[in-house]
Design a binder for this molecule. Structure first.
Ligand SMILES: [Zn+2]
Length: 159
């Protein structure tokens, strides 16, 4: 499963959907995302309980200020979440391109619970994508081989 950015943004833009968005983020299977979702939940819970505490003995103006501040905090958190999701999307795309260039699963064989490779999808496990290999790997390979070393063929040679 992976986070669908556009549906996340729809949830957030719809208002009141932050819980659903965090739920989806936490359920993505990526432990880092689960951590981000957990931190954001904690921040929201703290803001809520702070608000409840102050509401008990405060006047209406103080309550309105707190509510306004909590809303601003929430909007800032939503902005941060959207930025993080945008960055995550870009990183996923880069990871996918590199994995395909190396003939690896997108998890690089690091996740025994991977639905695609069950942890067996390291570099070279699958047929490499030659176009991506030439773009992403060949320049590094040619640097390792040194000047005058064999070049990676421009086009795939037919047998
Ligand atoms: Zn995998």
């Amino acid at each position: 499963m992976s986070v669908d950015l556009s549906s996340m943004l729809e949830l957030l833009a719809g208002g009141g959907g932050v819980d659903a968005a965090l739920e989806r983020l936490a359920g993505d299977g990526d432990p880092r995302l689960a951590q981000v979702a957990s931190l954001m939940r904690q921040q929201r819970a703290q803001a809520d309980s702070q608000l409840a505490l102050e509401a008990g003995g405060g006047d209406d103006d103080a309550l309105a200020r707190d509510l306004h501040r909590a809303q601003a905090d929430l909007e800032a958190a939503q902005g941060e979440l959207q930025a993080a999701l945008g960055e995550l999307d870009a990183l996923r795309l880069r990871n996918r391109r590199l994995a395909y260039a190396l003939g690896a699963c997108e998890c690089f064989g690091e996740r025994p619970d991977c639905e695609v490779c069950a942890g067996e999808g390291g570099s070279g496990a699958y047929r490499i994508n030659t176009r991506l290999f030439r773009t992403l790997v060949a320049p590094a390979l040619e640097q390792v081989r040194g000047p005058g070393g064999p070049k990676v063929p421009e086009k795939e040679e037919k047998p």
